[in-house]
Design a protein around this ligand. Structure first.
Ligand code: ADP
Ligand code: MG
Length: 388
């Protein structure tokens, strides 16, 4: 848990002013992987790990950001933010500022102190949490307000255009609109969403394989290119297929033979994952945990075999989880090629689950994993003055 009074104190020490605090959570995706950019469905939950942004206005026309995680501060004149980042952590808050400026929102000079406990680069979207927390903070000093879905879209644009990472809308959306004890089924085309209750007796146990994914890099990009190739082939027959969201398993059976084998597999993952994701929300709403667990297992197999976005370590972590007492469902979550698995575990068994999987994973791989226990958490919000 983040130390709210600590970040308030740090901001006061550095900048001599009382800050206003905003919190935005990271997220874990329960199901719906690589479906977002196909206009499909995802079902993440916000988690107990978050970024806090502490902000106060300053008298000159400059923006200063500092991060407790990185221990340094950077300043730019408000008129010199530019349109692209410089491969530095401060790209995230400055990207948010650049997008707000592009939107015509006059953000005055400010000091911004950031601190997060979302593990960086683990696939739990520390990036969305720093963006959303920063945007809420900057909107506050600009005396402006925007609807949360709009904030999510602008933060996504900051990450796409300024940072240069081709992410979908899921991370920022659930960081904005997540709700305690609920998963969020998001239609990435319309941005309609519904909240599906996670039973109170279940915990989210997130197991970090400690293998780094190459999210912004080669594999992510090549999967997206394969998906586009398959979509174009289907469009020859069914022009109404704008993206794979509009395609069915039946379409793939009829025209999949025109695709290179890898392209067909990537498309099959996305088409079937969309069906599974909506079914998983229905299962949560019906409190049908057997079906939910089965869907998560099928999603992992599809991600591993059709999308080929898993890795041996993640497969081992999921295999071990499925053997442990209290595990309702387990799968690799996030962009793939490492990162974390998400496990729905009966809370009474969660502690033992964590220690057993940690020991078993280390014995099998020689890697000591990090295990994070969480519940589905609230979306981004202002922290009241007396929060500590
Ligand atoms: P993920 O979103 O999976 O954690 P990303 O590579 O998308 O991984 O984003 C991680 C990057 O976001 C970090 O390397 C850092 O540049 C930035 N970041 C996230 N949280 C913070 C923070 N509290 N302080 C400074 N930078 C942060
Ligand atoms: Mg990220």
């Amino acid at each position: 848990m983040l130390d709210v009074s600590g970040i308030r104190e740090l901001h006061r020490e550095k900048f001599g002013k009382e800050p206003i605090l905003f919190l935005a959570p990271g997220r874990v995706n329960l199901i719906g992987e690589h479906t977002d950019y196909a206009d499909g469905f995802v079902m993440p939950a916000a988690i107990d790990f978050a970024t806090i942004a502490a902000i106060s206005p300053c008298s000159d026309a400059s923006a200063t950001v500092c991060s407790k995680n990185f221990g340094e501060g950077i300043s730019h004149a408000l008129g010199e933010i530019g349109a692209h980042g410089s491969h530095h952590w401060s790209d995230y808050p400055f990207g948010v500022l650049a997008i707000l400026q592009q939107e015509g929102i006059a953000v005055p000079g400010f000091h911004l102190t950031l601190e997060g406990d979302v593990p960086l680069g683990a696939g739990l979207s520390s990036s969305a949490s720093i963006e959303v927390a920063s945007m809420l903070a900057m909107l506050h000093v600009a005396d402006a307000s925007l609807p949360l879905p709009k904030i999510a879209l602008l933060c996504q644009r900051a990450e796409n255009d300024y940072v240069g990472a081709p992410c979908g809308i899921m991370d920022q959306f659930v960081s904005c609109c997540g709700a305690a004890d609920h998963a969020l089924l998001l239609d990435c085309r319309s941005l309609d969403y519904r909240l599906a209750p996670i039973p109170k007796h279940l915990s989210l146990v997130i197991c970090n394989t400690m293998v780094k994914h190459s999210h912004a890099g080669g594999e992510y990009g090549s999967r997206r290119a394969e998906v586009e190739e398959g979509t174009a082939i289907l469009q020859r027959h069914r022009p109404e297929v704008r993206l794979l969201r509009d395609a069915t398993v039946e379409d793939l059976k009829r025209w999949g033979h025109e695709m290179p084998p890898n392209v067909l597999k990537r498309c099959r993952h996305i088409v079937t994952e969309n069906v599974r994701t909506v079914a998983a929300a229905d299962a949560l709403e019906a409190n049908d945990l057997n079906t939910l667990g089965r869907l998560m297992a099928e999603a992992h197999v599809s991600y591993r075999d059709d999308f080929e976005a898993s890795c041996p370590e993640a497969d081992i972590m999921v295999e071990l989880a499925n053997k442990l007492e209290g595990c309702v469902g387990a799968r690799l979550t996030g962009g793939g090629f490492g990162g974390c698995t998400v496990n729905l575990v009966e809370s009474v068994h969660a502690k033992q689950f964590a220690s057993k999987i940690s020991a078993a994973y280390e014995a099998r791989t020689g890697i000591h994993p990090e295990i994070y226990q969480s519940h589905a958490s609230a979306g981004a919000h202002k922290l009241e003055q007396d929060a500590s």
